[in-house]
Design a protein around this ligand. Structure first.
Ligand code: ATP
Ligand code: MG
Length: 561
């Protein structure tokens, strides 16, 4: 996907967009500057995509810009691997920050100066209380907090201690710097929040330069101010932090005064979107990695074969509001089907093969039949599919003793083999265990291409592949990772996981054109769904992921329960 595609994805109307448009119209802002501000402590997921589409979408629509800024204030949890993957994922989603790649760590020196500024103003102090004591002093939602005994230290003593904190003179956890606001505030965030803590940790970008690190709350809003962000868009859980961010902006000589607007997070059914839970899925080995095709991560969705354009379409459809709700995965599936139905080429693949021998077709002979690549798109053209005496069809497409409504192959019945001939089943061959292993059939040479000159009809058309030409493959079918729509993971992941989220079919047979399938280019396996080559494939083994089935069989299965 390129930039133009992304720009074409319109931001659907929403309250944030209305605010931006009004601010521009009233001259309150001259140009729109937004940012996407990830903490590099995990891979991005589809919830982040909502924020990315909104922030980059607003910038594109109003001719502004969107920065990519890493809020990298916690070296204990951050890694270069995450910084790299986040950039790759935002780009893949179709967005471009140009030269506007920033890091909160670039502002560490400035943030430190501002912390000293607050001390000089008598608005910050070094506290020696332990973490446990601080928690005790903080009070609760219904009770006010208590002042720390260190709250009235002199400005000079505070400056001296803070400089020693910076110089690495104290142990981790020994002291913190706190804002002096109001321990009795009804908003817990204003009860003298911590601005700096001592962490003797190497930072992915600043290395061992710092012994103290700003808290997220102290860095986030000021970073926005440094970048002249016109609209600081974030999720609802930060609404209670807004008064604190405003307090910083009022009490510091910052270059600009960004305003914050909050929208509701995306919650997606049958999965989890908390980074802590996603890390746990990876670390405990429930999935094969961050990019496991069952993961709601951008890299997982990409590996599964979900196009970036479908994710952008999904984000446009869910909209941006202040209401919390859970969106069904079926909506993403719908977006994928819409796009792929129009654009994906069709191929024939047999996932659970049973052999068919055409007894009246000469041994050693084969021919090429013409197949349409995409009935929705004439320009996609046609391809040749080899036909021969021995074929494979889907085990499901045959029944020895068919019920009334089963119109596919059965003893004595004639059906159409797609793009090929009318074929009649004459005999069923079984092994000692009584399983059907082969069907002996005959074809009508007059029906080449799939139509009978005498006008006779058949009730079913099935897909097939030629045995000697077929490409062997593994196909992986996915179901949701979690059984419940809103998984309860309070007692760990294990009990909530869907034990059948992955099914591997290792004996599949594909038509030869699928030898040339490319990564990131899903195709439709006729009658089965959309499938995408997995990067695990090599010259020997093709591996395909099912992106999505043709119909929503999961929803149907659940409705039956
Ligand atoms: P953490 O709990 O580790 O902070 P996070 O999901 O908040 O995780 P961030 O890296 O802080 O991750 O997120 C970057 C941006 O993406 C933030 O502005 C955040 O509000 C937004 N975001 C995160 N999760 C969602 C979600 N589910 N829906 C919409 N936006 C989200
Ligand atoms: Mg966060």
């Amino acid at each position: 996907m390129n930039e133009t595609d992304a720009e074409a994805t319109s931001v659907s109307s929403n309250f944030v967009r209305d605010i931006v448009a009004e601010d521009l119209a009233a001259g309150r802002v001259k140009s729109v500057v937004t940012r996407f501000p990830p903490e590099p402590n995990g891979y991005l997921h589809i919830g982040h995509a909502k924020s990315i589409c909104l922030n980059f979408g607003l910038a594109a629509e109003f001719g502004g810009r969107c920065n990519l800024r890493f809020d990298d204030t916690n070296p204990a949890k951050e890694e270069q691997e995450y910084i790299d993957s986040i950039q790759e994922d935002v780009r893949w989603l179709g967005f471009d920050w140009g030269e506007h790649l920033y890091f909160a760590s670039d502002y560490f020196e400035q943030l430190y100066d501002w912390a000293e500024h607050l001390i000089q103003q008598g608005k910050a102090y070094v506290d020696d209380l332990s973490a446990d004591e601080m928690r005790e002093f903080r009070g609760t939602l219904t009770e006010p907090g208590k002042d720390s005994p260190f709250r009235e230290r002199s400005i000079d003593e505070n400056l001296d201690l803070f400089r020693k904190m910076r110089a690495g003179k104290f142990k981790e956890g020994e002291r913190v710097l706190r804002a002096k606001i109001d321990m009795a505030s009804g908003n817990v965030n204003l009860r003298d929040p911590v601005l700096y803590r001592i962490l003797h940790q190497s930072h992915p970008r600043t290395g061992d330069e710092w012994y103290i690190y700003p808290t997220y709350d102290f860095a986030h809003g000021q970073s926005d101010a440094i970048e002249y962000i016109s609209h600081s868009v974030c999720t609802l859980e930060f609404a209670d932090h807004r008064p604190l961010y405003d307090w910083f902006i009022e009490n510091l000589p910052v270059p600009s005064q960004p305003k914050q607007y909050e929208f509701s997070r995306l919650n997606l059914g049958h999965t989890v979107l908390s980074k802590r839970a996603l890390i746990q899925l990876v670390d405990e080995g429930h999935v094969r990695g961050w990019d496991d095709p069952r993961m709601p991560t951008i890299s997982g969705l990409r590996r599964r074969g979900i196009p970036a354009a479908s994710i952008r379409d999904f984000c446009a459809r869910i909209g941006v509001t202040k209401q919390d709700n859970v969106i069904e995965m079926a909506l993403l599936d719908f977006c994928v089907r819409e796009l792929l139905n129009a654009g994906a080429e069709r191929r024939m693949a047999v996932l659970d093969p049973i052999k068919v021998v055409i007894e009246n077709y000469p041994e050693g002979q084969s021919e090429e039949l013409e197949a349409v690549n995409n009935p929705e798109d004439e320009t996609a053209g046609t391809r040749k599919v080899p036909f021969s005496r021995e074929l494979f069809i889907e085990r499901d497409d045959f029944m020895e003793d068919p019920p009334k409504k089963f119109f596919r192959l059965a003893p004595g019945r004639e059906v159409r083999f797609r793009y090929a001939y009318f074929i009649t089943c004459n005999e069923v061959i079984k092994n000692d265990a009584g399983e059907v292993v082969e069907l002996r059939c005959t074809y009508d040479p007059e029906t080449r291409g799939g139509n009978a000159p005498d006008g006779r009809k058949v009730k079913a058309t099935i897909h097939w592949v030629s045995a000697e030409h077929a490409v062997p493959a593994e196909v992986r079918l996915y179901e949701p990772l979690f059984t419940d729509e809103e998984p309860d993971i309070t007692d760990g992941l294990e009990a909530a996981l869907n034990p059948d989220s992955l099914k591997r079919l290792t004996n599949c047979r594909l038509e030869p054109a699928l030898r040339d399938a490319a990564l990131g280019e899903p195709v439709q396996f006729e009658r089965l769904g959309y499938f995408s080559l997995d990067p695990d494939s090599d010259g020997e083994t093709r591996i395909f992921n099912r992106v999505v089935a043709l119909r929503d069989s999961w929803a149907k299965a659940r409705a039956k329960k």
